[in-house]
Design a protein around this ligand. Structure first.
Ligand code: ADP
Ligand code: MG
Length: 554
């Protein structure tokens, strides 16, 4: 917009609060452009949405920091964090947590220009525009924020470079996994434990034991910046993690869950990576299941229900976990992560004595132990499983890693010896069947309220989509509430872009979504300009699968 924001604000001083709307558009202010995207409706409504555009000439980043999409994501991640730390006046910038995700809050263009999107409370005592205070925030505060956080000159050049290189190394390492026959890698020296259950920063202090690979599993990988790094390679196949309680099994698995994302320098998990297509599955009783073929795991239920086409509004622990496994494979998972702490015991194991006592004819469940091998052999889906409480998995594991005082050891050979001694247990299945692909009805994924897409997050517990609430607590790879919003917007895009058209399978629709989001946040921003982080296809699918209104054809 041509014209002077400062003069306009002075003119509006004392005007009714609603007149802030008249400022919509883009204003040149002190070398940057301040764009009012959405005004605040009244002083108690959510803050205004504002974008600050910094031209490349002002931002001044060397081309090496933004030459590839990956570097642009990393640089934007750095800048969002700086801006979040520098913001004052009640201005809110979504800086993000330990993971470096694509966020709507900051984008770096291919030409090196920077856009910051933020939330600005517009001052309005007694429902009148306070022109002077607004001028202080919009005409001085925001340019000052850009000056301090979005310009190369003002930043610690080493810190910026290190951030970008860290992300680039993580990506290179993750991309190297398939070629090495690995599903995950944990670098020597990595710090896996977190500060607390609610604080994702690295644990610190003398008690922290840095990771050290067993020699038998040590792999060395060359990275663009860090050079040769060594650590534990988790091979494809079935990997069992055993060990005493409190010896660090779940902590290792959680680090692998998070290894689908890149981490900020200093996180401790910068070089802990897992294949992109890694999905944590768990039991979740009470969830909905819509027409999933569960017959691999469940047959002849007491209700007589057809388990090849299973639906319920209230799944049990075991059926919920079975559904989540089948759905993950349907969505394209290549690696499953399972922890005994959050698994349904009766889906995981059925030992020799129980087989003797309860005849197969009276037990609807086929335990995972009899299917996990075929999942890999016949479908290329590997599993990493934490199981300290049952030895039956030794028979099917390709590798057994024992955590002992937070140090992993390769105990595969000993486990093989033990597995060679028969327990009298009989396998209850010989193959995992092909997954039946479902075709979701887009009309059943309606996210609108009175014609408008409505997406909000309740922390990381729930996604409110249109009139409905989706419980997402079991989606443990969701990083933060902003990614929950990203999941909701992606569901909106699946429908609005026509990816879900009633004929296309969910998996084909997710392929189209992935292709569209490979460009970045723009397609979701076009639906709604607010703070969100890009989700993975697996969490989008998982949220869809938990939608209580979902209907599908097969
Ligand atoms: P398990 O699953 O084997 O019972 P956890 O992974 O839950 O054990 O870990 C138990 C405790 O040990 C947790 O409080 C965790 O933060 C801590 N811990 C895990 N790994 C380490 C480590 N490498 N150094 C220090 N403490 C750790
Ligand atoms: Mg545990």
């Amino acid at each position: 917009r041509n014209g002077d924001l400062q003069a306009t604000l002075r003119r509006l001083d004392g005007a009714p609060y609603g007149r802030y709307k008249s400022l919509a558009g883009r204003w040149d202010v002190a070398g940057v452009a301040v764009e009012l995207v959405r005004a605040q409706a009244d002083p108690y409504a959510p803050p205004a949405r504002v974008a600050v555009h910094v031209p490349a000439s002002v931002a001044g980043f060397p081309a090496g920091l933004y030459g590839t999409p990956l570097r642009r994501r990393a640089l934007a991640g750095f800048l969002a964090r700086r801006a979040a730390a520098e913001a004052g006046d009640g201005v809110l910038v979504d800086g993000g947590g330990q993971e470096v995700l694509q966020r709507s809050s900051c984008q770096v263009g291919a030409d090196g220009a920077v856009t910051l999107r933020l939330n600005v409370p517009l001052p309005g005592p007694r429902r009148r525009i306070d022109g002077r205070a607004a001028e202080e925030i919009l005409c001085r505060g925001l340019p000052r924020l850009a000056e301090r956080a979005l310009r190369y000159e003002a930043l610690d050049a080493d810190a910026v470079r290190r951030f970008v290189e860290t992300v680039e190394d993580s990506c290179a390492l993750r991309d190297a996994l398939p070629g090495l026959g690995l599903v995950a890698f944990v670098a020597d020296g990595a710090v896996l434990p977190r500060r607390s259950g609610v604080d994702d920063r690295p644990a610190r202090g003398a008690g922290v034991v840095p990771f050290r690979s067993p020699d038998a599993l040590r792999v060395t990988v060359g990275l663009p910046h860090a050079g040769a790094v060594s650590g534990m390679g988790v091979p494809e196949g079935v990997t069992l993690v055993v060990g005493g309680g409190f010896h660090g099994k779940s902590t290792l698995l959680r680090a692998l869950e998070s290894g689908v994302y890149d981490h900020v320098p200093g996180d401790g998990r910068e070089l802990v990576v897992a294949r992109h297509e890694t999905v944590k599955v768990r039991a979740e009783d009470g969830r909905r299941v819509e027409r999933v073929d569960l017959h691999a795991f469940v047959s002849h239920l007491p209700t007589g229900q057809d388990t090849t086409d299973f639906r319920t509004d209230n799944a049990s622990g075991s059926t919920s976990q079975a559904a989540s496994i089948v759905e993950a494979v349907e969505a394209g998972a290549r690696v499953l992560l399972v922890d005994e702490d959050t698994a349904a015991t009766n889906l995981m194991i059925r030992d020799a004595r129980m087989q003797a006592l309860v005849a197969k004819a009276r037990e609807p469940l086929t335990p995972f132990v009899d299917l996990v091998g075929s999942l890999h052999r016949d479908h290329g889906v590997s599993t990493v499983l934490v199981m300290g409480g049952s030895g039956d998995y030794m028979e099917v594991a390709d590798r057994v890693v024992m955590m002992d005082g937070y140090r992993p050891a390769d105990v595969t050979a000993r486990a093989r010896e033990l597995a060679a001694v028969p327990t009298g247990r009989r396998a209850e299945a010989d193959a995992f069947p092909a997954v039946v692909h479902r075709r979701p009805d887009p009309a059943s994924v309606d996210g609108t309220v009175r014609g408008r897409l409505r997406v909000t997050a309740r922390g990381t517990d729930a996604l409110v989509l249109g009139e409905h609430t989706v419980d997402v607590r079991a989606l443990e790879q969701i990083t933060d509430s902003r990614q929950v919003v990203g999941v909701g917007l992606a569901l909106g895009l699946l429908v609005r872009a026509g990816h879900l058209d009633g004929r296309r399978t969910l998996s084909a629709a997710l392929d189209l979504l992935d292709r569209q989001l490979a460009e970045g946040v723009a397609p979701l921003l076009a639906l709604r300009d607010e703070d969100f982080a890009l989700p993975r296809r697996f969490e989008v699918a998982a949220a869809l699968n938990r939608l209580r209104t979902l209907t599908v054809v097969r």
